[in-house]
Write a protein that binds this ligand. Structure first.
Ligand SMILES: O=C(O)CCC(=O)C(=O)O
Length: 312
């Protein structure tokens, strides 16, 4: 049997033939074009590209956002926030966490208000807050002043407009998932997860995760799989630290060597949705804690039942 030594068909040959037929239409050429389309498709590049798309704030637009999420599952934005905004949000996090600790220790509500004010809006409140307390966080919705200041800054930077364009409708912010966080440099990495494993997959979401500390080297960062997944991986199997987490064994088997640990400067952001596989990245050599904000937006027309929507 002889090997097929014919050169691969290139897309540009197909385009040239299409142009030639435009000048002088011919049935045989049109038949050949059908065959060529199938051949070019069969030879397409199947290698996955594992780099993370990065853009500056000035270049950030809905086309870049859509493109990055549809191919890599996420977009890193350099300098989404600037110095004063970063400082202000770090102060928000400190003030809200301090007020939350005081409230948990029994301080009267008038002493912790308006930095902390336990709201009745959170669905599954006990479970939602248990995880939040465990990770050195406070729900933005429990901090009226923190929520106000966060939204002022997101409006200033046009994030609400960008997400409106992305969804094609004005987004709502999740009360249960929008979190102000100061993560310690404890040695254990977090559990791998896709937020869709508990939010459901028939939703449209965008998380605007903003680093407020340089992180990924000596302060905890994020580890992620920079590829578009279109399904939710099995959770809670051998080695998974919690029921909604994906076992590291599955990740090593399905995506060997493909996860990355990007470095973020304070003010950089990662935009992603409920399919991104990610976790908090910590290493024993890390010495500093990290401030960050996780703000989950959903399209009201495909909103998860488990989340309370806040009109922005
Ligand atoms: O900030 C972190 O370390 C975790 C963030 C996260 O899991 C998320 O934004 O979904």
């Amino acid at each position: 049997m002889s090997a097929d030594l014919s050169p691969p068909v290139r897309p540009e040959d197909l385009i040239a033939l299409q142009a030639a037929n435009r000048r002088a239409a011919d049935g045989r050429t049109e038949q050949q074009l059908v065959q060529l389309r199938a051949a070019v498709f069969a030879e397409r590049d199947r290698t996955r590209s594992f780099g993370l798309p990065v853009t500056g704030r000035a270049e950030l637009d809905v086309a870049r956002l859509r493109g990055a999420i549809s191919t890599h599952g996420a977009l890193k934005v350099r300098g989404l926030l600037e110095g004063r905004q970063i400082e202000q949000l770090r102060t928000v996090i400190d003030s809200a966490l301090e007020a939350q600790s005081a409230a948990l220790a029994g301080a009267p509500a008038e002493r912790t208000f308006p930095w902390f004010d336990l709201t009745n809006l959170v669905k599954g409140a006990e479970e939602a807050r248990r995880l939040v307390y465990q990770t050195g966080s406070v729900l933005a919705v429990d901090s009226p002043r923190g929520m106000y200041q966060l939204l002022e800054i997101l409006y200033e930077r046009g994030i609400d407009q960008l997400i409106t364009e992305y969804f094609g409708e004005r987004p709502a912010l999740s009360a249960e998932k929008t979190t102000l966080r100061r993560v310690d440099a404890s040695p254990d990495p977090g559990g791998w997860h896709q937020d869709g494993s508990f939010l459901g997959s028939s939703i449209r979401s965008l998380n605007v995760w903003i680093a407020l500390t340089d992180c990924g080297v000596d302060a905890p960062g994020l580890e992620l799989l920079p590829t578009r997944l279109r399904h939710i991986l099995p959770t809670g199997t051998e080695g998974a630290p919690m029921s909604f987490c994906v076992s590291p064994l599955i990740i090593e088997r399905e995506f060997p060597g493909a996860t990355i640990r990007p470095e973020f400067a304070a003010g950089d952001a990662l935009l992603f949705d409920h399919y991104l596989l990610h976790r908090t990245w910590r290493a024993p050599a890390m010495t500093r804690s990290r401030y960050a904000i996780e703000s989950w937006f959903f399209a009201p027309s495909a909103y998860p039942d488990s989340q309370t929507g806040l009109y922005i």
